[in-house]
Design a protein around this ligand. Structure first.
Ligand SMILES: NC(=O)c1ccc[n+]([C@@H]2O[C@H](COP(=O)([O-])OP(=O)(O)OC[C@H]3O[C@@H](n4cnc5c(N)ncnc54)[C@H](OP(=O)(O)O)[C@@H]3O)[C@@H](O)[C@H]2O)c1
Length: 292
C-alpha cells in the first residue's frame, strides 16, 4: 500500500480560471505537479489548463459553482474518478462588494459569506483530515490585508477575510510538526478583475496603494507555503498596512478605513438617495435615520 493508496497527489486550485488562482496554478505546475483547476467558466479554465501544461504540469479542469451546497462532494467525486487525491488545496475563489451594508442587497452580501467563508471551510474540512493522516501537503488560503481591520463600506468582504486569517492561523497551529502546512496569503491590491468587479478599485484606499501583479503574489504565496509559513503578506506597502492595522486602535482605523473605502459621490448609508456629504455628515449629532 502506498502513501496515497494508489491515487496520484494533486494540487487543487479553486478559483483557478483567472487572477491569483490561475497564477498560483502556473507556479505549482513548474514542479511537474498534477493540477486540478476549478471555477465556473469552462473557456477560462481551458486557457488556464494550457498555461499549466506549458509550465510543465498535468492539468485537469472541473467547471463547478462553489456556491452549490454539494460542490465539495462533487469535487471529491471528480478527484476519485480520475485517480487523484487532494495533496494541496489552494482556496482562491472569492469576491467582494464595495458600498454600505444597508444599501447592497442582502443576498449579494450573503453570497460573500457563502463563497469566501462557507465554501472555503467546507473544502478545507473535507481535504485536511486526509492530509493530516498522511502527514503531507497542506492548504493555501487567500486572505487579504482587508482581514487586518474591520472595513466600513466593504464590511462583509473585510469580515470574511478576517475569518480566513483567523481560521488559517488556528489550523496552522493545530497542525504544527505534523508535516502539514496551512498558510494564509494576505495581499494588498492585485491587478485582477476582482478590483473592477468588487468596486474596490474605485475606492481611495485601493487607488493610493500600489498594485502588485498576480504572478508576483503567486510566487511569494507558493514560496511561503512551501517553507511552512503561517502568514504571507506580499509587498512592502501591504506589510506596512498590516502592521499599522495591528498597532492602531479601532477608534482610529474604523473612521480612517471607512473614509478610504468611500469615494466622493457615494450614496449615504441611510438610504436617503443623497450623497454622504449632503446627508449624514452634516446631520446634527444624535439625529436618527428617517428623522429628516
Ligand atoms: N485582486 C485583489 O486586489 C485581491 C487582494 C487581496 C485578496 N484577494 C483575494 O484573492 C482571491 C482571488 O482574487 P482574484 O483577484 O484572483 O479575483 P478574480 O480575478 O476575480 O478571480 C476569482 C476567481 O474565483 C472564481 N470564482 C468566483 N466565484 C466562483 C464560484 N461561485 N464558484 C467557483 N469559482 C468562482 C472565478 O472564476 P469564475 O468566475 O470562472 O467562476 C475566478 O477564477 C480572492 O479570494 C480575493 O478576495 C484579491
Amino acid at each position: 500500500m502506498t502513501l496515497y493508496d494508489g491515487f496520484r497527489p494533486a494540487v487543487v486550485v479553486v478559483g483557478a480560471s483567472r487572477g491569483i488562482g490561475r497564477a498560483i496554478a502556473k507556479v505549482a505546475a513548474r514542479e511537474g505537479s498534477v493540477v486540478v483547476l476549478v471555477a465556473r467558466s469552462p473557456e477560462d479554465l481551458d486557457a488556464a489548463a494550457a498555461d499549466v501544461r506549458q509550465a510543465g504540469g498535468e492539468a485537469f479542469t472541473l467547471a463547478l459553482d462553489l456556491l452549490s451546497t454539494d460542490a465539495s462532494a462533487r469535487l471529491q467525486d471528480f478527484l476519485t474518478s480520475n485517480g487523484l487525491i487532494c495533496d494541496v488545496l489552494v482556496n482562491s475563489a472569492g469576491y467582494g462588494l464595495r458600498g454600505a451594508a444597508t444599501l447592497i442587497p442582502a443576498g449579494d452580501q450573503l453570497g460573500i459569506v457563502d463563497l469566501n467563508i462557507r465554501a472555503l471551510t467546507d473544502l478545507t474540512l473535507r481535504f485536511l483530515p486526509g492530509m493530516a493522516a498522511r502527514g503531507r501537503g497542506g492548504v493555501l488560503n487567500l486572505g487579504s490585508i482587508a482581514g487586518f481591520a474591520p472595513g466600513p463600506n466593504m464590511a462583509l468582504y473585510y469580515a470574511s477575510k478576517a475569518f480566513v486569517r483567523s481560521f488559517s492561523a488556528a489550523l496552522h497551529q493545530e497542525l504544527r510538526s505534523t508535516g502539514v502546512t496551512v498558510t494564509c496569503v494576505a495581499p494588498g491590491p492585485v491587478s485582477t478583475e476582482f478590483l473592477e468587479k468588487s468596486g474596490a478599485g474605485r475606492a481611495t484606499l485601493f487607488k493610493v496603494l500600489p498594485k502588485l501583479d498576480a504572478d508576483r503574489v503567486a510566487e511569494s504565496a507558493w514560496r511561503g507555503f512551501k517553507s511552512g509559513r503561517r502568514l504571507v503578506v506580499p509587498g512592502i506597502s501591504a506589510k506596512l498596512v498590516a502592521f499599522l492595522a495591528a498597532l492602531l486602535p479601532s477608534a482610529v482605523t474604523l473612521p480612517l478605513v471607512g473614509r478610504l473605502q468611500r469615494r466622493s459621490g457615494d450614496p449615504c448609508p441611510c438610504g436617503s438617495g443623497k450623497t454622504f456629504k449632503e446627508c449624514c455628515r452634516i446631520r446634527p449629532r444624535g439625529a436618527i435615520a428617517g428623522d429628516r
